[in-house]
Design a protein around this ligand. Structure first.
Ligand SMILES: [Zn+2]
Length: 79
């Protein structure tokens, strides 16, 4: 039971950590503001309530500049 408890606890803690992270599978990339170093994943833009310009590009919540899209490179690496 001790081992089972440990595994369950480890799984629960990893699942709890950073609610917004860990679901990279449905994210094609992220939007960056170079001036502010602000990063918002494409799937989080609507959740964050960011405004968009005429082309649908999100605007930085801090400075209002158009953000730059950066496609996620490889999958499975959290470096
Ligand atoms: Zn900005």
């Amino acid at each position: 039971m001790g081992i089972f408890d440990t595994v369950t606890e480890a799984f629960a803690s990893s699942a709890q950590r950073a609610p917004g992270e860990g679901s990279e599978g449905d994210s094609a990339g992220a939007y960056w503001c170079d001036d502010c170093a602000t990063r918002v994943r494409d799937v989080d833009v609507d959740d964050e309530g960011l405004d968009r310009d005429a082309d649908g590009t999100p605007l930085c919540p801090d400075c209002g500049e158009t953000m730059r899209f950066e496609r996620a490179s490889s999958t499975g690496c959290a470096c």
